[in-house]
Design a protein around this ligand. Structure first.
Ligand code: ATP
Ligand code: PRP
Ligand code: MG
Length: 282
């Protein structure tokens, strides 16, 4: 059976369970459940802290897992990304009292508090900066006010927590993160069921990110329309009863659907419809 690690708590937990449910896998009923076997799909799910998931997968105890790119890098685990899952996006940034620093280069000799000591130490080393790293479990924003650090390096999503602590970001983002499916580095033969899991997750991502667009257009305008909406591979063009007209069916990115409908209209397309995709295999 394929053994899959899923975040049990925190920012990634609900969205990870949602994407697996959408992909047709059984998920736990209670947040207290530690494991669940989906016998129909021959998958065992283990609910673990996402920071630990990188370690379990890196050591080969579990086949694959969902974690954050930042947590995987922080753990220095032997794990590699197979699928970017498009949720749990965040940036990892420096912040401090206004004016304290403009970039990482200004941090020599300073104390930097973080929950991501691995990522921070790597970044300081890459920039040749010697600073002391204060490792905290959470509520890192309070470290400056409470006097244990001069600046912090932490996950920023909306920036609300930083503002409340009177801190401002400075320097370039250290890292951009999102939820990822990981496997152990260098495993040649994929475990049974992994191909299916990956295809299903990719199917959910396409269904989330694309819509199906149908429209009618005069034959001579099809090439121009295909430039506007080329689809993933090639649009389907079917004859219409009305002489000189065809029906076109094509997938377009959900975020661009309205702009594409306007452009298709301008080149003569009519009866333009978009519909959601529920599931797919590309
Ligand atoms: N607002 C956010 N706060 C924290 N982590 C976030 C946020 N948005 C996305 N993430 C991502 O979620 C992962 C951290 O999840 P994790 O469960 O370890 O911490 P958490 O959500 O802060 O939960 P807790 O504080 O209860 O431990 C990282 O990959 C991080 O980039
Ligand atoms: O930019 P924002 O939208 O404010 O989100 C970022 C904050 O959220 C997380 O904290 P969390 O609530 O997980 O508490 P913690 O610091 O104890 O982990 C993270 O560590 C930041 O502090
Ligand atoms: Mg947290």
């Amino acid at each position: 059976m394929l053994r899959v690690a899923v975040p049990n708590k925190g920012s990634l937990s609900e969205a990870a369970t949602d994407i697996l449910t959408e992909a047709g896998y059984k998920q736990r009923r209670s947040t207290k459940d530690l494991a669940l076997t989906d016998t129909a799909n021959e998958v065992e799910f283990y609910y673990l802290r996402p920071r630990d998931i990188a370690v379990y997968v890196g050591e080969g105890t579990l086949d694959v897992g969902i974690s954050g790119r930042d947590l995987v890098l922080d753990s220095h685990a032997d794990a590699e990304v197979i699928v970017e899952l498009g949720f749990g996006a965040s940036t990892f940034r420096f912040a401090g009292p206004p004016g304290i620093a403009d970039s990482v280069k200004d941090l020599s000799g300073k104390r930097v508090a973080t929950s991501y000591a691995g990522v921070l130490k790597d970044h300081l080393a890459e920039n040749g900066v010697e600073a002391s790293v204060v490792r905290l479990d959470g509520a890192v924003e309070s470290a400056v006010q409470l006097g244990v650090a001069d600046v912090i390096a932490d996950v920023v999503e909306t920036g609300t927590t930083l503002r409340q602590a009177g801190l401002e970001v400075f320097g370039d983002p250290i890292l951009r993160s999102e939820a990822v499916l990981i496997k152990r580095q260098g495993v040649e033969t994929p475990p049974n069921g992994l191909d299916q899991l990956v295809r299903r997750l990719q199917g959910v991502l396409v269904a989330r990110n694309y819509v199906m667009m149908d429209y009618d257009i005069r034959v001579e305008a099809v090439d121009a329309a295909n430039e506007v909406a080329p689809g993933l591979e090639s649009p389907t063009v079917s004859p219409l009863h009305r002489e000189g007209w065809v029906a076109v069916r094509v997938m377009v990115p959900r975020a661009e659907a309205q702009r594409i409908m306007d452009q298709l209209w301008d080149i003569g397309a009519r009866a333009i419809l978009t519909t959601d995709i529920h599931a797919c295999r590309i």
